[in-house]
Design a protein around this ligand. Structure first.
Ligand SMILES: Nc1ncnc2c1ncn2[C@@H]1O[C@H](COP(=O)(O)OP(=O)(O)OP(=O)(O)O)[C@@H](O)[C@H]1O
Length: 651
């Protein structure tokens, strides 16, 4: 059934039989999946049979091949064995990394090979190889070009997403790798043929080569063989050039689509930007000047009061930046460990701004002007002064007892700014009505600071009234003044200062025992456009927080302190709820939060000034104030470890 042909090959060991078989397979039956290999130990003959030989163009029908080895090998008691050769694993099953690696290796080896003259290809000890060129040529002509397939399926005008283009590129890379691999295989086969030509040991038997069966002349055979190799190389080069040109055609196509994609992406983002800009322009009614300066709805600033001369013995190690654009404040303390070794530790707090002891009233106010401006534009705003007793809250809000133009507080400055803004807006047809109420919350009850005797209201019950439609709040029955001049403002401030509930505490001889709230309402109408604006500004000077044990309060003062602490705690809860966008915020828990409801939520801008005493004896309260402020400003971090990098001491 099989016609036998014999190859005489040189092999250094029996192991070479396997590789010899493979080489034969590669040369003569590259598509064969199974090779039965039989050998004979005493005769040093090996038999190779393959049904795929039938497909080999150089073989004539079914064949049985025999390979004779010069060196006998030991069969270890086995007379025959079958060797199953499977083809190189499918490229599809290889990972991208292996493919890429192979691609690069193959390209490199192919380039080297191309650059070499055929005569310079190093000869290796090898075995018989023939017919590979024909095989290659026939495969090349029959095989449809994968790159062509890609080009064919590439719709010229279709828009691709970037991921699709990526996939296409990858696919092309894989196809290129396959082509290169195939070329490499063919080149190896050529190399083998060439080495066969060089190998002196090979005993050529022309009848093994179909095309030269009739040739007896060894030299003529060699020449013909070399010519064939050269032709094969030319074919490979041509094939590569075609592939490269096709590749070049594919790439611009992909690039074209890539450019198209980029262009359309740019157009989309441009049009998106334009739309957003348009929307913003449409939405910007009423205009908010410099509102960007005050980003976010709740901000926390920190201010450290300067020590007075008598306090110089008791200064805490508080560190903060020298100028007012810092954000960090640090409490330093000395800690002693078990063995008595002292170590400096720091507690750092970060806020939206930290003002040191040298910060002026003007500097402070320049940071709140955007809120005041937004109130003129029709929004609600709320500025708190929070801190322990004697930390400078009243100083920040109202100024010292006998203020000058330089050290006057936030309230007179804010009202003056409102006057100025309103004056400016007159040119645009705006007319404003400005009215104010000045109240205090003492023991959770509202008292009118503009009445002649706030402690004796003759049975008057003040009630907070919210107008949900306009977002304004009024205290029913409390005196409302028309703030039309600086003179009225001055009168209001004097009355409030005179009427506010103060008491002498351990820390402050004039300690405020209530929360004071100056409510300024602005109602603007544009006589040209008919537009209306209503804004409320609440300037709140909170009662000083103090630990009950430390305050030494008794009787009424103890009661006051309890109300103060409880309302501050409710305020903290409410602000936290607002920050966390809670579904349910209980404003009614205290009179303070209920009164400020409309100025805390929604579009209202809230600013809390946390005041810090510079004294070492106030360290616990300082820490608790900073903690309170940190919770209000929960987005920011607290760092209690690590080295402190603020080198500016309080004094
Ligand atoms: N930045 C400052 N510059 C100069 N003096 C200040 C400053 N801050 C506060 N003081 C002074 O410190 C003292 C206490 O300040 P203030 O009365 O404002 O504190 P407070 O926090 O309102 O106290 P309390 O809560 O007890 O009412 C006052 O004499 C005030 O003039």
């Amino acid at each position: 059934m099989y016609s036998n042909k014999t190859f005489k090959v040189t092999s250094s060991s029996a192991n070479k039989v396997g590789s010899t078989t493979r080489k034969i397979r590669k040369a003569q039956a590259p598509s064969s999946k199974l090779l039965d290999f039989e050998y004979n130990d005493y005769s040093s003959f090996a038999k190779v049979k393959s049904p795929d030989f039938m497909k080999n163009p150089i073989t004539t029908g079914n064949e049985m091949k025999e390979v004779r080895c010069d060196i006998p090998f030991t069969p270890k008691g086995r007379k025959t064995q079958s060797i199953y050769h499977t083809r190189t694993p499918s490229l599809k099953r290889k990972s991208d990394e292996i493919l890429a690696d192979e691609l690069h290796r193959n390209i490199r080896s192919f380039e080297n090979f191309q650059n070499d003259d055929i005569t310079k290809v190093p000869s290796k000890r090898s075995t018989i190889c023939t017919g590979s060129l024909k095989k290659f040529t026939s495969l090349r002509t029959n095989q449809s070009d994968p790159l062509e397939r890609v080009t064919k399926h590439l719709p010229p005008k279709t828009k691709f997403t970037s991921s699709e283009i990526e996939v296409m590129n990858l696919r092309n890379e894989i196809l290129r790798a396959k082509i290169e691999l195939y070329i490499k295989e063919q080149i190896e086969a050529l190399d083998n043929t060439l080495q066969l030509h060089d190998a002196p040991e090979v005993d050529y038997e022309p009848d093994h080569f179909m095309d030269y069966e009739e040739t007896d002349d060894h030299t003529a055979y060699k020449e013909a063989h070399i010519a064939e190799i050269k032709d094969g190389l030319i074919s490979i080069r041509q094939y590569c050039e075609t592939m490269q040109s096709k590749n070049a055609n594919v790439n611009p196509d992909v690039n074209h689509h890539k450019n198209d994609l980029e262009l359309s992406t740019n157009n989309i983002s441009q049009s998106h930007k334009t739309t957003m800009k348009h929307r913003k322009l449409k939405k910007r009614v009423p205009p908010r000047r410099n509102l960007n300066d005050h980003k976010g709805n709740i901000k926390v600033f920190c201010r450290v009061r300067p020590p007075v001369l008598s306090e110089c013995e008791d200064i805490a190690d508080i560190r903060f930046p020298p100028c007012s654009n810092g954000k960090k404040i640090s409490l330093a303390s000395i800690k002693r460990n078990y063995w008595g070794v002292e170590r400096e530790t720091f507690k750092d707090y970060k806020f939206d701004k930290v003002f040191g002891a040298s910060a002026t009233q003007e500097e402070i106010y320049s940071n709140v002007t955007p809120i005041v401006q937004s109130v003129v534009d029709g929004f609600n705003g709320c500025i708190f002064a929070h801190g322990q007793t004697c930390s400078g809250k009243t100083y920040t809000m109202q100024g010292p007892e006998d203020p000058t133009i330089f050290n006057e507080g936030m309230i007179p400055r804010a009202v003056r700014q409102i006057f100025d803004n309103v004056d400016e807006l007159k040119a645009q047809g705006w007319e404003y009505e400005i009215e104010g109420q000045f109240i205090e919350i003492y023991n959770d009850n509202i008292r009118d600071l503009l009445s002649d005797d706030p402690s004796n209201h003759r049975g008057l019950k003040f009630r907070t009234v919210h107008d949900e439609q306009t977002g304004t709040t009024m205290v029913n029955k409390a005196k409302t003044v028309n703030l039309d001049s600086v003179a009225t403002l001055n009168w209001v401030l004097q009355m409030a200062a005179k009427n506010r509930a103060v008491a002498s505490t351990k820390s402050n001889p004039n300690s405020s025992r209530s929360h004071s709230i100056f409510m300024i309402r602005l109602m603007g109408t544009n006589t040209v456009t008919g537009e209306n604006r209503i804004g409320t500004l609440n300037l709140v000077d909170l009662a000083g927080s103090e630990r009950l044990s430390k305050s030494g309060s008794q009787g009424d003062q103890l009661q006051e302190a309890r109300y103060i602490n409880s309302s501050l705690s409710h305020l903290k809860t409410v602000i936290q709820g607002i920050k966390e966008k809670s579904d349910h915020i209980n404003f009614r828990n205290s009179t303070l939060t209920w009164l400020l409801k409309n100025s805390l939520r929604g579009n209202a801008k809230v600013l809390m000034f946390v005041h810090i005493s510079p004294l070492e004896s106030a360290r616990t309260e300082t820490e608790s104030s900073l903690e309170f402020a940190r919770l209000v400003n929960s987005a920011h971090y607290v760092n209690t470890n690590g080295k402190n990098n603020l080198h500016y001491h309080l004094l």
